[in-house]
Ligand binder design. Sequence first.
Ligand code: FES
Ligand SMILES: [Fe+2]
Length: 415
Amino acid sequence: MLSQQENELLTRIGRHMPMGELMRRYWIPALLAEEIPTPDCAPVRVRLLGEDLVAFRDSQGRVGLLGEHCTHRGTSLFFGRNEACGLRCIYHGWKYDIAGHVLETPAEPAGSDFKNKLRHIAYPCSEVAGIIFTYMGAPEKRPLMPRYEWCDLAPEQVYPVKAYLQCNYLQGIEGDFDSSHTSFLHNNNLANAERLKRDGAPILEAEETAYGMRAISIRKAGAERIYVRTSPYIMPSFSIVPGPPTEKFDDDDIRGFRFWVPIDDQTTWLYILNMRKKPFSVEEQKSLRAWLEPDYRRVRNAANNYLQDRQRQKTSSYTGIATMNPAEQDGCATESMGAICDRTQEHLGYSDKTIIALRKLLLAAVRVVQDGGEPPHVVRTSQDADFSRLRSIKGVLPTGSDWHKVMEGMGPNDA
Ligand code: FES
Ligand SMILES: [Fe+2]
């Protein structure tokens, strides 16, 4: 349980709010590259951290992320003309480049230098693995972008999607560090009654790391074996969750890197960057987004009660919510808490150990920012930027194993 003040501190992400300031110290996803696929294509609206923005791709293919409302008198640049390396407002023709320079003010007298005194809101962008990242903090505090393994994968080895969530980002990411829910919410085979007995109440650990935190869960897996999962939390609100148990690390597995990005206090984009060594086929790409509408809303959502099937709930699935992606069941659990969960009313138990650790980490980070300091795990040197070995690990081991040690031999780890 949190105090009202702590809950506010962690969930309010507007500019000038402490968590809003913290989020603005890191590179975060702003949109998918596919939303603005070609030079001079139509701009799109982007709402991010409570700010209304417009993204466009200029004639040279460079991405701009500008304040939505024209510096002149506020007309939306969403309706603008994307032409000749700039976005031009349709009201009086003011034209902006990707850096927010006012290039032209054609309704002003010839020779006017008015435009040189102005600068429009513009955030720097970096396009990696089909996602356009941005940095929305003070320019002098801009950090390096970490180098994850997916930064070096070929376009056909990555497939990002995003999903709209009608609740605060923290509810979403807390689900990634709540290992025990997987045995219930994601149990799609009620016939396997042994499963709950075996792994409904895992042993949990949390360790602070160079990038944020790592949550560990350890379950029984038969008489003499344990099943270990690790889930990294990467500042400010990213995670990697493991897939189903396998005996060994397998490069053919699809792995998902997850970014929980606040649209505003009450809504969130979940970006899932699917990645794999083997290229994704077009059919696989289709199935990875089959749970989403073209506008990235989920087919199963609050408005249709997640298409819950009560008969199915009696006979085969814990939730009765069919799933093409576990995020559909997660969405029901987290959205139904309310737009901003009232954490003063919770009753946390042992199974919430890693969530408590996550909140502590975030509260400490927010307080550093409030005191004028640099938040943790902001990347400043190219050496620190190497996140390429960061993985979520899962594996079945003999009971009593030193899992830290054994896992190192099973595949790349994040030590
Ligand atoms: S309001 Fe945009 S040019 Fe006048
Ligand atoms: Fe889940």
